[in-house]
Structures are given as structure tokens and as C-alpha cells.
Design a protein around this ligand. Structure first.
Ligand SMILES: *[C@@H]1O[C@H](CO)[C@@H](O)[C@H](O)[C@H]1NC(C)=O
Ligand SMILES: *[C@@H]1O[C@H](CO)[C@@H](O)[C@H](O)[C@H]1NC(C)=O
Ligand SMILES: *[C@@H]1O[C@H](CO)[C@@H](O)[C@H](O)[C@H]1NC(C)=O
Ligand SMILES: *[C@@H]1O[C@H](CO)[C@@H](O)[C@H](O)[C@H]1NC(C)=O
Ligand SMILES: *[C@@H]1O[C@H](CO)[C@@H](O)[C@H](O)[C@H]1NC(C)=O
Length: 936
């Protein structure tokens, strides 16, 4: 947008965006307004719109534009414009009254807060604001004071660590006044009018916000009226003075107490505040029971949050300061938490889960029997309560549906029990559940829940257990026909989880397999039977080969059973792993049968020219995925090193069909990706033994890639390089393949935004190059395309995409590594010279790009990949790398144009020193994190 648009035009566009029924027009307006927001004219346009106050929509658009410009494009403004922008915003805010729309108020307040954070020339802004607004504009004032600390923490404004610390100190220097101000507010708004309730919510939120960033000294908070008010709101009021507290106020008070408790956890030795909070929270038990009696679920949830937070903040002290003689006084908060776990609604129980995770992690780390023992009774009660929560409704018919909230909750319970069960012992838990099963008159839903818990812990049962498990297995095998389907389903899963026990009790294998095979065709149970069979196949495969014929027969009929494709794939995995244990000739026969079950349908689809319908049997992907799962999981245990690989014969039969699939569906990306995946596992399965198909395979993938540019073909290329490039007779052919890939690849990547739009291509291409570096380094480093590849890699090093980024970093890593690795090999000197030449030309460039990417683009989880490259560079030549690094750091900006110092010379010097001193990726990562913090 070159010119500032006339204000009437903007108003028209806003009106069109909100009111035009024609979607084409609406989208056009949205696009145009988006462009306007990106342009530098947005600043004045927003300001003018706010002055005009034409209508709600235009004011909303203006406020939102102002907020996002200050948040993201503050650098567009010259510093001398900052104070006039502030004055203008203050003027708009001064005009806020009861009628102003809440969203507009929020946007303007966030805008002003973001401005203050980025404006070092406006120190102690919060005090200014109090002076200016406290007698006239309480609402926006409390709102700004609330969002100021929130925005400080929010990384969408890139303040940098130095500025953040300055602002926090600025906040601290204002904290006494802020506390006084909040006290004054709290004393002013005491009665229960609707209006005062709203103000009290704001007071609590504001207080919480300042506590949350650590701007208040906890020692200043003794006998604070705001905290007292929060407890006053939460405390049970006896009849007579009863008053209902609204949900929003109750939640604000809850947030306040929870935030204080979190701060307490991070700051020890606040004895007075600690005792005060503890006593007041413990006193909330009555109020919790009243909320349950009144069926006020939201409030019960709030109390549960407070109790859980209290327990978390005291947990370390409880664990550190307890022994057999005396428990820490705060241990009793766990009773309160367990009362909440007993709430009839599982959503309340779920709030406590994190506490139990933290507890089990701490106890596991401590590894102290006595202390763990102390917590056993609590965890026993927890598991009993969870088992009850897992019960289905007595009148529930059928199974729980996927995606059902209750089913998801049960999965979370299962995970939690797996984590905490060591505190009570798996066998003890298993036995307890077995006792539940034998209770006379036990209901189906209670049995099912006990079986469900048993299933969660079954993998931990020692395989030598001979007391309970045999009885459980026997009971399951003789479940009567009339058993509820959910009980059967869970029992079948339990059998699968007992696979390790079954492996040690081979006599049980036949009856169990027979049972599961009978379950397989049964509606609903089939999926569980398939999972159980897969577990047992994978664990017991030494005992299984004699069952292969029956399994193959089952697989022939598998599509007549009511089980999902995923379950079929699971079964195929299981059977493939058993076949791997057979002797070579039998293995070949069985594998041929297993593969032909998948290949025959594909041949028919191709011959009859059937139009694929996704997810049905007319979809080649269905069969390709099944083939992949077979090839991936067949692992030949009894191969003979002299004879041909037992899978080779079958692979040579499969390949022509996969080749026809490539040709038939070459324009369909989805089918090509899955076909490439099958080829990948096919090549891996017979590693390096099918040289005879290389020529036709390479010819075909190069041909299809140059036409359609599906990046999965680059992936197949990298597998070929990995398997065959170490073989001198294959190198030239593979280099030709790389060469043929380059032109179409660069065509894709050189489109506008090509790197960003095609991260898969970046990923697959550089994986291919990295494989070459590992397998045929000299040939690769001498190939004429290397220069272009390096230039492309340098461009790609600043892509924010996890996989793409990793591949590029890995490529650089492998490249430099060639100058260090395998020093005893004959080609070492040659490799070293070649790498040396590359770095001489590109080293500085590489370092600059890496630093730039770290500071401005990369997510912090990517930094360790970059650090790996730095470590290689340092190993290659510490001194030269130090120079490159110094130059690179020199080019980073040290000040924002608003005068905020991003990095001081000393900070950059320290970072330079810690990187050049480093020997490990970990310490370089640490230094890079420090660097990026200065800019975010
Ligand atoms: C919507 O607007 C477009 C462009 O102005 C016009 O071509 C189209 O006919 C309109 N559609 C309707 C349903 O009015
Ligand atoms: C940070 O700010 C952005 C934009 O204003 C907002 O969408 C996001 O919710 C905020 N995040 C936090 C944690 O406050
Ligand atoms: C805890 O009690 C056990 C016996 O129950 C005893 O062996 C152990 O020494 C006691 N430990 C402490 C710290 O008192
Ligand atoms: C084949 O056998 C050799 C030695 O006999 C062994 O090193 C290799 O790992 C085996 N391969 C497979 C795929 O099991
Ligand atoms: C990695 O991510 C960064 C940050 O977005 C990006 O700038 C860089 O180009 C990526 N690198 C690669 C090789 O994709």
C-alpha cells in the first residue's frame, strides 16, 4: 500500500467486512484491511478512526490495529514519535466510559501497556497512570495495571532479557504504591452492589498479575486486605449472613490464592505468609462440602484447585521433612485433595492428577523406602477412588466410543496408575483388584473397572507370579457367553498386557490363542483381540511359529471381521515378527503368502483400472500400508550368512508390482508417498542384496520426480544411498541420480518463498545429501553441484520448520565431520582438504547465518541442532571458528531503535567466550539460549 488511503475508504472496507452479506466482497475487504494493517499508514489511520468514533466496528478495528502494530511493528516508528503516540493513546483511554465496548477497552489497554514496556523514556509509567486516572477512570486504569505484568511475560512483544529485567525492577520500585493503591480500592468498594463486584474482580486480577511476575515482595504481603478479601470470598458463610458469591468473583479469588501458593513454592522462608495461607486454605474444607451439597460444580472445582496447589507448594517440604516418627504438618492437605478425588464427578478428580505425577516423580528420584512407604496409604486411597471413577453407567450398552470424554479420562487414569503404582507395588494393586472381582454380587461395571486397572499394571507383574495371574487367566478364558461386552473387551486387552507372563508359561499359550482367535470375528471384541494377539506375537515369538498356518488362514479372512484397518495392520506386524523366527525355506513361503495377500488386490485394481476411493479396498494405500507393516517388522533371526537373504526372492517378486503402482498413480501424491514407504521397507528388509533392481528403480524415481516433484522420491533416493553408496560400483549411478534430482528440486525451492512452502523437499533433499556425505564423502565433495547445494543449504538454514531445519543442520554437521571422522581410513587426508576448502569459502557465512537464525527465527528446541554444528566447527579449528564467531556476533544489533539495549558488549563477549571454550553441544546450546534471550 503506497499511499495512505482516505478515511472514508477505510470506513467502507470495515463496514463491508462486518456487514456485507456477499462473501466475495467480505473477503476482499478483509484482504485489503490486512494489507493496510501491514503498511506503515496503519498507525495514523488507526489513530484517526479512534478520533472519529464513527461506529463500534471501526473503533474495534482501530484499537486492534493499534495493539498489533505496537506489539509487532514498533520499530516502524521513529523514537521521536513515541511520546505523541502515548499522549494520543492516553487521550483515547481518558474517553472510555461505562458505554465503551469491553473488547475495545482491552485492546487499548494492552496497546498502552505494550508501548510502556518498549519505552525506556517513560519510567515508572504505572505511577503516572495512577496519578492520571485514579480519580476518573478506574476501569481502564485497573485493566492497564493488570495487563502490564502479563504482557511483560508474554513473548509476543520481543523485549529482550535486559529490558525485561529493567522493567521488572521498575515494577518493583512501584510496588509499594501499587499495593497502597489496591488497598485503597479494596477499602472503597466494600458493599455488594453489582458494580462493586465487578471492581473487586478487577482488583483481585490486578493483584494476582503483580504477584505472578514477582513484582511484590512476599514479605510485604502480611495481613493484606486483598488476600483477606479473597479468603473472605472463598470462606463458607453460616446461615444468616449468607450471600451468594458469583462465579467470576469466586474464580478471581481462587486464581489469586493459587498464584500466591505458586510463588511460595518458588520462595522459601516466608514463614508467616506460609502459615497464614495454610491455615486459611485448610479452613476451606467446610466451604468445599457446602459447594458439593449445593451441586455448585464450578466452586467445587475452584476449591479442588486451591487444595491441589497448596499440596504442590508444600510437597517438597513434606517429603524432605518427614520420617517414621513424625509427619510434616502439611501432610494433611493430601486428605483434602483425596476428598476432592472422591467427588462424584471425575472432572474434579482430574484436577489433582498433576500433583500425583509430581509426587511419584519426586519419590522415584528420592528412592527412599521409608519415605515412599509413608505415602502408600494415600496412593491406595487414590487408586481405589480412581477405580470407582472408571466405572461405566450400569445401563451402558456396548463399548465406550472413541473420542468419548469418559474414555479419554479412563486413558488418563490408566497412565496415572502406571506412574504411581510403584508406591503401593504392582502385585499388591493387582491382588486388590482381584479381590474386588470376587466380591459376592459384584456388578458388571465394578468388575470391568477392576479389570481395567489390572490391565494398566499387568506389564509390571513379575512373570514368575503364580498365585493370582493363573486364576485371572482361567477366569477370563471361561467367561460366560452372557458377559457384558465391555467386560469381555477389557479382559481381552488384559490378556494381551500379560504377554510377558504368558511367554514364561508356554502351556497357557494354546488355550489363550484359541480364545483370542475365536474373539477375532466378534463384533466389538475383534479389535481388542487383534491388539492382544499382536502383543503376544511380538513377545512370545519363539513359541509361535507352529501357529503360523492358522494365523495366515485368519489373515485371509480378516476383512470379513468387524475390526479396523489399524487392527489388521497390528496383526500383520505381529505375524511378520513371528515369521522372522522361522527357518529360511519356511520363512520364504510364509512371507510370500503374507505379501501376496496385499499385492494381488493391487494388481487387480491396476488391471481393472478402478478409481481409488480413499479408505476403501479400492484404495491402493490400504494394501500398501499393510505391505509396509509386513516388510518393516520381518526381522530374520535365523538367516545364514552364506546363502541369499530369505526375503530376497519375495522382494524380487514384489518390486515389479510396486513399479507398476508408481506408473499407474504417478500424479497422486498420497499414493506415491505410501508406495515410496513400501519401497523403503522393502530395501531395508534385504539390505544391500537387490542390486539387480537398482537400475530400473533409480530410472523410474528420477523420471517421475522430474515431472511431479513429489519429495518422497528424494527420500527413497536417500535410502538407496545409505544402502548402496558404500559400494564403489554403485557410486556413479547414485551420483547421476543426485544430479538428476537437483534441477527439479531447485526449481521448486527457488519459487517465491519456495523454502518456506516446501519444507518436505528441503528435509528430504538434505537428508539425501547427508547420506552421501556419510557413505561416499569424497565423491560427493568433488561433485560439481556441491557449490549450489551449499548455497541452498545456507539459505535454508534460517527456515523455521523442525524437520527441515534438522536435516539442514545435520547436513552441515556431517559435512564438517568428514574432516574429523575415520582418521585411519585411506581417504582421510583428501576428505580433510576438501572440507577445509569448503569452510575457507563458506565458514564465515555459515556462522553468520546460524547466529542470525538462532536470534531471529529458530525455536529454542532447535538450538541444540545448531550447537552440534558449532561443536563440529570448533573441533575443526577452534581459533578460526572463534574469529568467525566474533565477526558474526559483531553484526548483531545491540540496540533497538527505541533505545532499548539488546546486548551489551560485555554480554556478547561472554557469549563468545563460553562458546569458544565449549567442548559439548550442551554448553554451546546453553550459550545460544543466553544469546537468544537477549533478543526475545
Ligand atoms: C458478490 O460480489 C462479486 C464481486 O463484486 C460479484 O461478482 C458477485 O456477483 C456478488 N455475488 C452475489 C451473490 O451477489
Ligand atoms: C500473548 O499475546 C498474544 C497477542 O496479544 C495473545 O494472543 C496471547 O494469548 C498472549 N499469551 C499469553 C500467555 O498471555
Ligand atoms: C523407621 O522405622 C524402621 C522400622 O520400622 C527403622 O528400621 C528405621 O531405622 C526408622 N528410620 C528412622 C529414620 O527413624
Ligand atoms: C544375519 O546373520 C548375521 C550373522 O549370521 C548377523 O550378523 C545379521 O545381523 C543377520 N541379519 C539379520 C537381518 O538378522
Ligand atoms: C530452521 O528454522 C529457522 C527458523 O525459522 C529458519 O530460519 C531456517 O531457515 C531453518 N533451517 C532450515 C535448514 O530449514
Amino acid at each position: 500500500m503506497e499511499q495512505k488511503p482516505a478515511i472514508d475508504l477505510v470506513l467502507l472496507a470495515v463496514s463491508s467486512l462486518y456487514n456485507n452479506p456477499n462473501t466475495t466482497e467480505k473477503e476482499r475487504a478483509s484482504q485489503w484491511l490486512g494489507d493496510l494493517q501491514k503498511s506503515v499508514h496503519a498507525w495514523t489511520v488507526a489513530d484517526e478512526l479512534l478520533h472519529h468514533k464513527r461506529d463500534l466496528e471501526s473503533c474495534y478495528f482501530a484499537a486492534q490495529t493499534m495493539r498489533s502494530k505496537i506489539q509487532q511493528s514498533f520499530h516502524e516508528l521513529p523514537p521521536e514519535a513515541h511520546s505523541s503516540l502515548r499522549d494520543s493513546l492516553l487521550e483515547h483511554i481518558a474517553q472510555i466510559n461505562e458505554q465503551t465496548n469491553t473488547i475495545i477497552v482491552t485492546q487499548l489497554c494492552v496497546a498502552l501497556a505494550d508501548l510502556a514496556l518498549q519505552m525506556p523514556t517513560w519510567p515508572r509509567a504505572s505511577l503516572d497512570l495512577i496519578t492520571k486516572f485514579s480519580s476518573t477512570n478506574m476501569w481502564p486504569l485497573l485493566e492497564i495495571l493488570t495487563v502490564l505484568p502479563e504482557e511483560l511475560e508474554n513473548r509476543s512483544v520481543r523485549l529482550g532479557e535486559n529490558r525485561r529485567l529493567d522493567v521488572l525492577n521498575d515494577f518493583k520500585s512501584c510496588s509499594t504504591t501499587i499495593l497502597e493503591f489496591l488497598k485503597h480500592c479494596a477499602n472503597t468498594y466494600t458493599d455488594n452492589s453489582q458494580e462493586n463486584v465487578q471492581v473487586n474482580i478487577k482488583i483481585l486480577r490486578c493483584f494476582t498479575s503483580w504477584v505472578s511476575v514477582g513484582a511484590f515482595e512476599l514479605s510485604e504481603l502480611g495481613n493484606n486486605i486483598v488476600i483477606n478479601r479473597a479468603f473472605g470470598i472463598l470462606t463458607y458463610k453460616p446461615e444468616g449472613e449468607k450471600q451468594t458469591v458469583g462465579g467470576a468473583l469466586h474464580s478471581a479469588a481462587t486464581d489469586c490464592i493459587c498464584t500466591l501458593l505458586q510463588c511460595l513454592e518458588d520462595n522459601n522462608n516466608q514463614q508467616i505468609l506460609e502459615t497464614y495461607l495454610f491455615n486459611n486454605v485448610i479452613n476451606l474444607e467446610v466451604a468445599y462440602h457446602m459447594s458439593v451439597a449445593n451441586e455448585d460444580q464450578d466452586k467445587s472445582i475452584n476449591y479442588c484447585r486451591v487444595f491441589t496447589e497448596l499440596a504442590e507448594s508444600f510437597l517438597e517440604k513434606i517429603i524432605m521433612n518427614s520420617n517414621n516418627k513424625s509427619q510434616h504438618y502439611a501432610m494433611k492437605v493430601l486428605d483434602l485433595v483425596l476428598i476432592c478425588v472422591g467427588h462424584h464427578d471425575y472432572e474434579v478428580a482430574e484436577i489433582t492428577f498433576n500433583l500425583w505425577y509430581v509426587l511419584s516423580e519426586d519419590l522415584y528420584q528420592k528412592n527412599n523406602k521409608e519415605i515412599t512407604e509413608m505415602f502408600r496409604p494415600y496412593v491406595e486411597r487414590l487408586i481405589t477412588a480412581l477405580c470407582r471413577h472408571c466405572q461405566m453407567e450400569p445401563d451402558h450398552e456396548g463399548l465406550l466410543e472413541d473420542g468419548d470424554d469418559f474414555k479419554d479420562f479412563r486413558l488418563k487414569v490408566s497412565d496415572l496408575i502406571k506412574d504411581v503404582v510403584f508406591i503401593v507395588g504392582s502385585s499388591s494393586c493387582f491382588r486388590q483388584m482381584f479381590i474386588n472381582l470376587q466380591t459376592p454380587g459384584v456388578t458388571w461395571e465394578s468388575s470391568e473397572a477392576s479389570l481395567f486397572v489390572m490391565q494398566a499394571v499387568a506389564k509390571n507383574i513379575v512373570p514368575t507370579e503364580n498365585e493370582v495371574v493363573p486364576k485371572v487367566v482361567e477366569a477370563i478364558l471361561s467367561l460366560p457367553e452372557t458377559t457384558h461386552i465391555s467386560v469381555k473387551y477389557t479382559s481381552v486387552l488384559l490378556l494381551g498386557e500379560l504377554c510377558e507372563w504368558i511367554e514364561k508359561h508356554a502351556n497357557t499359550l494354546d488355550p489363550i490363542l484359541n480364545f483370542l482367535v475365536c474373539c477375532l470375528p466378534q463384533q466389538g471384541i475383534g479389535a481388542a483381540a487383534a491388539i492382544a494377539l499382536q502383543n503376544i506375537c511380538a513377545t512370545c515369538n519363539d513359541h509361535m511359529p507352529r501357529h503360523v498356518p492358522i494365523m495366515l488362514q485368519l489373515l485371509h479372512q480378516v476383512d470379513t471381521f468387524a475390526i479396523t484397518n489399524n487392527a489388521v495392520i497390528g496383526l500383520l506386524k505381529g505375524v511378520a515378527s513371528i515369521i522372522g523366527c522361522m527357518n529360511p525355506p519356511e520363512l520364504t513361503t510364509a512371507l510370500r503368502e503374507l505379501c501376496s495377500m496385499q499385492m494381488n488386490p493391487i494388481c487387480q485394481l491396476i488391471e481393472q483400472d478402478v478409481v481409488p476411493v480413499k479408505g476403501t479396498k479400492t484404495d491402493p494405500v490400504l494394501w500398501l500400508d499393510r505391505l509396509s507393516s509386513v516388510l518393516r517388522h520381518i526381522c530374520c533371526k535365523n538367516n545364514q550368512s552364506d546363502g541369499p537373504h530369505p526375503c530376497k526372492e519375495v522382494v524380487l517378486e514384489i518390486w515389479p508390482i510396486l513399479s507398476r503402482t508408481f506408473d499407474k498413480y504417478d500424479s497422486d501424491l498420497r499414493i506415491m508417498e505410501r508406495c515410496c514407504r513400501s519401497v523403503r521397507f522393502m530395501l531395508r528388509c534385504v539390505s544391500q542384496q537387490v542390486r539387480e533392481i537398482l537400475e530400473s528403480l533409480v530410472g523410474q524415481i528420477v523420471r517421475i520426480y522430474s515431472h511431479f516433484k513429489h519429495s518422497c522420491f528424494l527420500y527413497v533416493g536417500s535410502i538407496l544411498v545409505d544402502e548402496y553408496a558404500a559400494d564403489a560400483s554403485c557410486v556413479q549411478g547414485l551420483l547421476d541420480m543426485l544430479h538428476a534430482f537437483i534441477e527439479p528440486t531447485f526449481l521448486v525451492l527457488q519459487e517465491e518463498n519456495g523454502l518456506r512452502m516446501h519444507p518436505d523437499t528441503v528435509d528430504d533433499f538434505f537428508r539425501l545429501c547427508a547420506r552421501f556425505l556419510q557413505r561416499a564423502p569424497v565423491a560427493f565433495l568433488q561433485c560439481p553441484s556441491l557449490v549450489h547445494i551449499l548455497q541452498c543449504a545456507l539459505l535454508a538454514s534460517s527456515l523455521d520448520h523442525k524437520e527441515a531445519n534438522m536435516s539442514v543442520m545435520k547436513f552441515f554437521y556431517d559435512l564438517i565431520n568428514q574432516a574429523q571422522t575415520d582418521r585411519s581410513k585411506a581417504d582421510y587426508k583428501q576428505r580433510k582438504d576438501l572440507v577445509h576448502r569448503v569452510l575457507e569459502e563458506y565458514g564465515q557465512n555459515l556462522v553468520n547465518n546460524l547466529l542470525h537464525a538462532c536470534v531471529f527465527y529458530l525455536h529454542s528446541y532447535m538450538l541444540s541442532e545448531v550447537a552440534d554444528v558449532f561443536v563440529q566447527l570448533l573441533d575443526f579449528n577452534r581459533e578460526t571458528t572463534g574469529k568467525w564467531l566474533a565477526n558474526g556476533l559483531d553484526q548483531l544489533p545491540v540496540q533497538s531503535n527505541g533505545g532499548i539495549v539488546t546486548a551489551t558488549p560485555q554480554q556478547l563477549k561472554d557469549i563468545h567466550a563460553s562458546i569458544t571454550r565449549s567442548d559439548t553441544s550442551k554448553s554451546v546450546t546453553h550459550a545460544l539460549k543466553e544469546l537468544t534471550r537477549l533478543y526475545r
